[in-house]
Write a protein that binds this ligand. Structure first.
Ligand code: DX5
Ligand code: ZN
Length: 220
């Protein structure tokens, strides 16, 4: 395992004071900020677009981790690169030419990730596993914050870890959805390196304290 990274998802933030909420995250030991882009087509919800990513990037020195839950992600790689993304993660299920899309993200000078839904076989990403910087395992069905963690993810994390070893690959394993203080230690022991947390961070009374608690549990 790599050093654990907590990636607060601003989907759960109070948008009327987004800058201040990200400032709270900056007070803790965060290296990443996670941005969830939803288009109302690939997932049954609309979140926000590149202008919010640009505002988030301006409010922090953290690495901007953009998770595209959209149809036709190829058409928006340039837009999010320009908005300040450090990494773009696309869904396997949304990409007809996944290898081409990964190459396109790299050509924009960004780290490239691929996400898989809870019902998608890990074998669907095996052929490109040496071409990505990150594999994101969805631990909820994408579209909404505040859902509960799907328990089959534990086994999928272990399987992905084994795949990483077998292929001598070096990507981060990110888990997204329903991560909280009660389950983060087990998720970490199952093999995750990067922990997206929306509600667990932004609904907390003390945001930096909560981030540091999550990090401590992930290291336990
Ligand atoms: C779900 C998003 C997640 C979401 C996580 O579709 O991809 O990043 O914000 O939110 P919580 O941590 O509240 O489950
Ligand atoms: Zn996400």
């Amino acid at each position: 395992n790599k050093q654990p990274v907590i990636a607060p998802s601003i989907l759960a933030a109070d948008y009327s004071r987004l800058g201040a909420q990200i400032e709270e995250c900056n007070k803790a030991d965060i290296q990443w900020i996670h941005c969830d882009i939803m288009d109302g087509h690939f997932v049954p919800n609309i979140s926000y677009g590149a202008s919010v990513v640009r505002a988030a990037a301006k409010s922090t020195d953290a690495f901007i981790d953009v998770h595209l839950m959209i149809e036709n992600p190829d058409a928006f790689i340039g837009t999010f690169a320009e908005a300040g993304a450090g990494q773009i993660t696309v869904h396997q299920e949304a990409c007809i030419h996944l290898h081409r899309t990964i190459q396109s993200i790299r050509r924009h000078g960004l780290a490239a990730g691929v996400a898989v839904n809870p019902a998608t076989s890990l074998h669907t990403v095996e052929p490109i596993i040496n071409d990505v910087d990150l594999v994101l395992l969805m631990s909820v069905n994408p579209g909404f914050g505040g859902q509960s963690f799907i328990r089959s993810t534990y086994q999928r994390l272990q399987r992905l870890c084994t795949m990483r070893e077998e292929h001598k690959a070096d990507f981060f394993i990110e888990v997204d959805g329903g991560v909280n203080l009660d389950n983060i230690e087990k998720i970490s022991r199952s093999g995750a390196d990067v922990f997206v947390a929306g509600s667990a961070v932004f609904k907390a009374p003390d945001i930096p304290a909560r981030i540091n608690e999550l990090l401590r549990e992930a290291k336990a």
